[in-house]
Structure formats: structure tokens, C-alpha cells
Design a protein around this ligand. Structure first.
Ligand SMILES: Cc1ncc(COP(=O)(O)O)c(C=O)c1O
Length: 430
């Protein structure tokens, strides 16, 4: 770079947490021929852009009829800066009522630029940096831990097992962390957790809610995958179990419609002292300085689809849900065949929904191993340690099965099993 002045960066730039997302994107680009279990993406084949544009038309027609304005007027308004908290809260309130049994007044909803912005608003709006502490299930989604790191918010991990957060560990974590600061919130993904693929049992949901309530800790429930239940009973969300105002709920249309819409939302129905209105209304101050408003066009597409679907996304997501179930089944049967003689040295969970599965192998699998396997075996698998706060999970791998088809899954697992077998004798020799 010659004689140009060199700048130094905030220390957070050297934190591996901030590299996680890029590492995953880059390894896929570096090995385009490899079968990739890395990206937790929905399949493009389910993105119906024509249908979405029809939804936009349906929204414009309905708005025009309801408000006695011309369609041209409605369209022009859509192009303008909009209300900070968005204009589709009533449709989202109805969606939550129908699909999640959540009762959320529309004034308590903020329409956000994806779930990611909802997290940013909450981190900025609820936490005093240097004083307040965020607890998260561990391992967890880097979208939240990376953000906390950038903002200088201390994060403490709470042990998760194959069912999700362990309530006793939560009690201990609150006790220990409280000595270092104010524990402000716990973040979790109870439904088909990213990265674990776990589904938090009902008893634990109740216990965790009670622990947070007792300790005056907000519980941030992030639920982008809850609609994708393959089998068994749908468990109530933490938000639907909460009558006290402990839970702040985050939703997203990235997996149910498509991610480039960048539409998500948060429900903050807590009453702010001395203001007598919802936390959501206060949080609009943060959003107004962050993204001003969520794209009007994108909101109109979501609302239009919801109008056409009569308020629920259950039937719209059906084809994707069936594909995900086929993929999950293909993954489970490929693992059983490929690792038949290595169980329980090699083990995995059986996700009942969502995009992810956890594979446990008998040796460390880190970034170096990920690159080696991509190059030598033509398969990309994601080290669980990328999602871990501190150390832990070194022998676990996150397998995302949402973006592949069953034959790729079969071939990918076969390649991964060859690698594990090739490594095992070396381990045994040690
Ligand atoms: C747990 C979790 N939360 C949030 C998101 C991001 O959602 P959005 O695209 O709405 O920002 C993801 C995406 O992968 C996720 O896995």
C-alpha cells in the first residue's frame, strides 16, 4: 500500500466472532464445486417473485379501497419515507394471532429491516454498554453475539444441551454475571435453534420464563424457524406463555417469504414507566436513527401476501416445509448408513423442524479442518466452535440441510464420513 497512512481499528475487529459470517461465505465461494452444509439459507426455488408482485398489487388495491384514495396515490406514498415503526403492524398482529397464538397489540410492533435490525435496536435501546450484560444460549447465532461485541456489550454464554438452554445453568449464570453488572436480557432461539437444531421442551420454556421474570431479565425470543415443524406437537412460543411482559419477540420473513425483502419485526409490549405506552414506541427513536424506516415496497409485498393468504403463512410455506422434511430425512438416513459402525463415537441429534442438525465426532473440527475437508473431500461443514462464546463444542459440526437436495445430502455425508474414517486411525494411534 506504499506510503499511505495506516489506520488502526477498534479492537472488536480482531475478534474471531466478527469473522464468522465472512468465513462461511468465503469458503463457499472458494470451493464452488463442494457440497456445502454451511449456509442456513432457504432454497431459491421457493421464492415466488411474480406472486410477491401480485401481493403488492393486492395491497395497493385494498389500501385504495379502504382509504378512498386512488391506486396511483397509494403507490406514490409507498415511494416516500414512511412511518418509522412501519405500516403493516395490524397484519403482523393478525399473523401472530393465527400462526403463533400470540396476542400482540399492533402498537407494540416495530417492523424492522430483517430480524437483524430488531436485534440491533434492542441492543442499542436496552443496554448501557460497560454496565449491562447479555446472556445467550451457548453456542448461539453470531448475528447477536457479533453485534454485542461491536457495541461493547458483555456477553455471557449459558450452557445448552441437545434440548437447548439448561435452566439450572441459567440460574447460575445470572448469579455469577450479576456480580459483574446488570443482567439485562437473555437471548434464545427455542424453536429449531441455529446452530443446534434443538427444540426447547415445554417444561424448560416455563422454567426459563419464570427464572427471567423472577430476576427481572428480559427474554429475547428470536423465532425465524418456528413455522418449520416437521412432526409432533407445536410447542407454545415463550411470548405466548408470557403474561408478565418478560419476553420481547423477534420474527422474520426471510425464511417464510424470501430474505432479500429484508423484513422482520419485533414485539415489545412492555409498558414504559411514566410514559404509559409500549416499549415499541420508545424504540422507534432508535430505529429512526438507524434505518429511518423499513422499505415501504417490501412491507407492502409482505402485507399483500398476508391479505391473499388470509392472515396466515401456513399454507404458503407448505412446499418448502415438505422439502425440508425430505432433506432432514435424507440427512438422517445418510448419517445412519455412513456412520453405522461408528455409533456412538459419532453421534447426531434428530431435529423435528428447522434448517440445522448437530453432528458430534471424536476429534476437534475447527476452521483449518473445514478448509481441509472442503479441498480434499469436496464437502463443506461448519465447525460449531464458530458459534461458541469462549471455548467448547470443538468436536461438533453444524450441518445446514436447507439449501441442498437429498442426493447432494447423501453424497455430502458420504464424503464427510470418508474424512472421519481417514482421521480415526490417526487418532487411535495417538
Ligand atoms: C437465529 C436467526 N436469527 C435471525 C436471522 C436473520 O434474519 P433476517 O434475515 O431477518 O435478518 C437468522 C438468519 O440466518 C437466524 O438464523
Amino acid at each position: 500500500m506504499g506510503t499511505r497512512h495506516q489506520i488502526s481499528l477498534k479492537v472488536c475487529f480482531s475478534d474471531p466472532l466478527l469473522d464468522g459470517m465472512n468465513i462461511l461465505n468465503e469458503v463457499v465461494l472458494d470451493f464452488p464445486e463442494a457440497i456445502s452444509f454451511a449456509p442456513g439459507r432457504p432454497m431459491e426455488r421457493f421464492f415466488d417473485l411474480d406472486r410477491s408482485l401480485e401481493g403488492l398489487g393486492a395491497f395497493v388495491a385494498k389500501e385504495s379501497m379502504q382509504n378512498g384514495k386512488t391506486e396511483d396515490h397509494v403507490k406514490r406514498v409507498l415511494g416516500q419515507y414512511g412511518r418509522t415503526n412501519g405500516f403493516i403492524a395490524k397484519q403482523i398482529s393478525e399473523l401472530l394471532r393465527q400462526d403463533e397464538d400470540i396476542s400482540a397489540p399492533h402498537e407494540s410492533i416495530v417492523i424492522t429491516v430483517g430480524a437483524q435490525e430488531a436485534m440491533a435496536i434492542l441492543m442499542l435501546g436496552l443496554f448501557e454498554p460497560g454496565k449491562d450484560i447479555l446472556l445467550t444460549s451457548n453456542p448461539t447465532y453470531i448475528g447477536i453475539t457479533g453485534l454485542a461485541r461491536i457495541l461493547g456489550i458483555k456477553v455471557v454464554g449459558v450452557t445448552s444441551d441437545e434440548s437447548g438452554i439448561v435452566p439450572l445453568s441459567l440460574v447460575e449464570a445470572i448469579q455469577v454475571a450479576s456480580e459483574a453488572g446488570r443482567v439485562r436480557a437473555l437471548y434464545d432461539i427455542p424453536d429449531f435453534n441455529n446452530p443446534l437444531g434443538s427444540y426447547l421442551p415445554l417444561e424448560r420454556r416455563k422454567e426459563i420464563l419464570e427464572i427471567c421474570k423472577r430476576n427481572e431479565v428480559f427474554l429475547i425470543e428470536d423465532n425465524p424457524y418456528g413455522m418449520f415443524l416437521y412432526e409432533g406437537k407445536k410447542l407454545p412460543t415463550l411470548k405466548s406463555l408470557d403474561s408478565h411482559g418478560t419476553v420481547i419477540y423477534i420474527g422474520s420473513f426471510s425464511k417464510t417469504i424470501f430474505p432479500s425483502l429484508r423484513v422482520g419485526f419485533l414485539v415489545a409490549d412492555q409498558i414504559v414507566s411514566n410514559e404509559n405506552h409500549f416499549l415499541a414506541q420508545e424504540l422507534s427513536k432508535i430505529k429512526s436513527l438507524l434505518t429511518v424506516n423499513t422499505s415501504g415496497l417490501s412491507q407492502a409485498i409482505v402485507a399483500g401476501i398476508l391479505i391473499e393468504e388470509r392472515g396466515s403463512l401456513k399454507s404458503l410455506i407448505q412446499p418448502q416445509l415438505e422439502q425440508l422434511r425430505r432433506n432432514r430425512d435424507a440427512l438422517l438416513s445418510s448419517l445412519s448408513i455412513a456412520f453405522e459402525d461408528l455409533v456412538p463415537t459419532v453421534s447426531w441429534n434428530r431435529p423435528v423442524g428447522g434448517f440445522f442438525l448437530t453432528l458430534t465426532i471424536p476429534f476437534t473440527f475447527g476452521i483449518e479442518e473445514m478448509y481441509f475437508v472442503a479441498k480434499k473431500y469436496g464437502v463443506i461443514a461448519c465447525p460449531m466452535s464458530l458459534f461458541t462464546i469462549g471455548s467448547g463444542c470443538e468436536t461438533q459440526i453444524r450441518l445446514a440441510f436447507s439449501y441442498l437436495d437429498p442426493s447432494q445430502i447423501e453424497n455430502g455425508v458420504r464424503a464427510l464420513a470418508s474424512y472421519v474414517r481417514d482421521r480415526l486411525p490417526i487418532i487411535a494411534r495417538r
